[in-house]
Design a protein around this ligand. Sequence first.
Ligand code: C2E
Ligand code: CA
Ligand code: CA
Length: 760
Amino acid sequence: MHFCVKIHAVSFFVKKVSPERIRIISTLTVSLFIMFLVFTLTGIVMKRALKSAEEEYYESCEQVLEGYTTSINLYIEKYYASMESIYDEDFFMNADSREIQNWIISRKKYMDEDFSSVAYIDENKTGWFDDGSVLDLKDTTSTVNEKYSEGKYFVSNIISSIFSDSPVFLISKQVYDSSRNVKGSLTVSVKVNVLKNITRKIRIGHNSSVYLQDRNGRFLIVPDRDYIGKDFFPSSDEYSKYSSRYISESDFGMVQTESEREQLINLFYRKIEGCGWTLAVGFPVEELDMIYTRQNSTRLLILVISLCSLVVLLFFQRKIQDSFYKNQVVDFAYDPLTKLWTRQRFEKEASRMIRHNPKNIYMLVESDISGFKFINQNYGEDTGDRMIFFYSQRINRITKEKHGIIGRGYADRFYSLLRVGSVRSAMSVFKESIDELNESIRFFDIPFFPKFGITFYRAGKNRSVSIKELIGQVSFAKSSIKDNALKSYAIYNSKMMHRVNEERKMELNMEAALKRGEFIVLYQPKISLADDRIVGAEALVRWKTKEGIITPDKFIPLFERNGFIKKLDFFVYEQVFKFIQSQIKKGGPIVPVSVNMSRNHNKPEKFMHDFLYLFKKYDIPSNMVQVEIIERSFMNTTTLCDITNLLHNEGFTVAMDDFGSGESSLNMLTKIPVDVLKFDRTFLYSSIGESGSFDYKGAKFIKILIDLSKHLEKQTVFEGVETVEQRDFLRSVSCDQVQGYFYSRPLFESDFIAFMEKFR
Ligand code: C2E
Ligand code: CA
Ligand code: CA
């Protein structure tokens, strides 16, 4: 049974993404990736650089601090050494205070010139000064202190001098008596002023400011000299915590704070061991910020540079690619779905293969999936894709086993080229392969059948055929079995070539033939099975040439392809109208005549307009004309509905031609409001063959369909009734009418009139 709901495909599928688009998308992706990479890498590198720059900054700040600390220590050591130089242990042990004072006076000139005064201070806190004065120091700042550095010397905080306004600090050295008890101290006072030399002579770093503060946080060195002898509290709330006293209290550290000059600084500080003072060095915060800004601008620069180079790169890449395309160096070699070669690549490789071994015999096979368009439309593109992929793998395996090459053409089309020993051996291998292939594709969830076109080629001495021509041959061979469900392959031969030539000839002559009246209309009667009387006829065209009559199967497909059929159809219509009119005028017998409307008429309004225009020229009732429409794979049901409705409006009846031929589907039964269903003759043959073979299931199906049609109030007509068995069967299942050789072949006008006379 062969009522297969199958629509032959001018296969359309594949979500089309243009190569241009793919190219742009891939370039963009790569660019983005590169940008991302550049970004992350610079990020990492910059982060490292930043870290080391920061480290370097802190290190150099520490070094500056260290440098100043060392200088201060050196100063104090120098002063101490100077004190030591006049100190004689034996003398100091035994001498009394006055003697010591005289000793000092006599030696003062050998001592450091920075000393503003030198004194011996005894246990009673009486000061014996180098200028001869003796002062009671009980009420002044404690100079003799418990805290001597390693028992060597003691350095005081900043104090105001008892002799002048300028602030001083004191360095004392303990003096012992003969029983090694402390009896007093040798004390020098140094004007704080002298310390400014430290910052003047030694200048470390560019923008650093140096602070030296005593144990109470009062400044000995400070850029703003007004602060000497004072301590400092930053005015802003944020930093008020970091007073100079606070700094003096810890051993070392770094804080961000505000300086006495209201500048934001990073303050590095450290306690000086010998004296307990604190040295602090401040660096403007902008300096560190500058590192960050520099860092950021470098980063921006890198970004801009990489962006620019990317643009330039892309530009060149495009230029290069374009030139490749122009010179055909690059093509999209691989099909994205199947990963096979594209047709272009296949053609290139096939030509190369043939060129390299021109003496061989080659077999080119084109295959596609029967009714693929239907599958694609009904099961969805995803299933279509899946099927193509599945099929491609099978056919690829078989081709590769035979050492052939394969490529994918448009949609479901595949091409394989194989080197073969002989045509005969190749064909026997091919047949085995089809069996194997059909066996393996059975496992797909939807049944499908591949069809093949084959051609053989051997380069002749003075004849070489291009791969494109060979592809044309296999396509032609395959198209010849398009509608033949029983054949799965066709081999291209010169007969086909002959057909091509014939078609070319027909195409050249068709217009002239129409004018010369070479096209004639025959009428094939339609018989009512109830009473064996003629109830209608179908107008069928013939081409009468000098060589003989050409049947429509030779020229209609060609005219459909070149569009001439539209003209020819209207020619036939006019002949039919004329004939009916003349019969009516004559009072001769006449029956409704159906005319064929080719699938090329795809604009309902235009067709209707032209049809009516012609029809109105003749004086005949519209119920004498029936139009046979045919379902078209490229036309949706709406268009067919429109045509039917327009014809109905004008009083014509409409028949669906070739119902069940493989072009039509069951769903149109209900959707398109035709009056008549004309069952295709292949339909009948599959249930009751010409030889009288009877297929029970098929027959039953026909009965069901006829019942269904009756239920839907459609008339049923069977075409191609050739035998009495077929006629009897159709009568038994209450088919309305038949058309076939059993009753009559298509007849010339005169014979048809005679037939009507006889069977009316
Ligand atoms: P069709 O419309 O299905 O026409 C029926 C075809 O079946 C006709 O072939 C007819 O001669 C043939 N036929 C009728 N009874 C029998 C039978 O018992 N046995 C066999 N084997 N064949 C039978 P024909 O005239 O060769 O036309 C072939 C096709 O060409 C038509 O099929 C139709 O599709 C097309 N055609 C013919 N004339 C025209 C026309 O004027 N315009 C258009 N557009 N198409 C036409
Ligand atoms: Ca027809
Ligand atoms: Ca038909």
